[in-house]
Design a binder for this molecule. Structure first.
Ligand SMILES: Cc1cc2nc3c(=O)[nH]c(=O)nc-3n(C[C@H](O)[C@H](O)[C@H](O)COP(=O)(O)O)c2cc1C
Length: 178
């Protein structure tokens, strides 16, 4: 089972990148950093010139994955422009790299809710493209103090909750992908 994770944030100290990286490390998966991919804001004029190299790279990772875990920050109660833009670009690559892909959605925020409100909107954006978005989702609250140096969650209860969610998701994904 090839697991790929990425985050809907670009900055190097992103809490969501730490979450996505930590999960990839614990499962032998691969974390993809969107920042160096320099994906432009979607513009049909750019698309006329060809799909940008960063989108082609992301599409390759997504296509090769049996399961995806995406950690998205919450901006103003919803999905970040970075993540929505990446999804929009991926929807322009044919055949669709996201088609039938099992996805688990996570979020991390310094706030008390862990960014979970955004995940309902993120779910919609992926489901429209034919992804199997796992019913369970998890937000990491107070995320600025939630991780150790290995990007593992410090709080044991939350760490176990995340492990159980990821295991259940991967078992589900393996049933879908056969
Ligand atoms: C434009 C903007 C809007 C934000 N809106 C929310 C929000 O609605 N809920 C929330 O929990 N945090 C919100 N935040 C705070 C982010 O959760 C915080 O900056 C977080 O660290 C971003 O994720 P990252 O660390 O992965 O980059 C917002 C931040 C920005 C810059």
């Amino acid at each position: 089972m090839k697991l790929v994770t990425f985050a809907g944030s670009l900055r190097k100290d992103s809490l969501n990148k730490r979450l996505a990286k930590g999960v990839a490390q614990s499962q032998g998966g691969e974390f993809v950093d969107l920042q160096p991919l320099s994906i432009p804001v979607y513009d049909a004029d750019i698309e006329t010139e060809g799909i940008p190299a960063g989108v082609v790279t992301l599409a390759r990772f997504v296509r090769a994955a049996d399961a995806l875990i995406v950690a998205g920050p919450e901006y103003n109660g919803t999905i970040t422009g970075v993540l929505k833009n990446a999804i929009d670009w991926l929807s322009r690559v044919k055949p669709l790299p996201l088609d039938s892909k099992p996805i688990l959605l996570l979020s991390a925020s310094p706030g008390a809710l862990g960014g979970v409100r955004s995940l309902w909107h993120t779910r919609q954006a992926f489901e429209v493209l034919g992804c199997h978005v796992y019913p369970g989702m998890l937000g990491v609250p107070k995320a600025h103090e939630a991780f150790d140096a290995n990007n593992s969650l410090v709080d044991e209860r939350l760490r176990v909750q995340l492990q159980q969610l990821v295991s259940a998701f991967l078992a589900h994904a393996s049933k879908i992908t056969g």
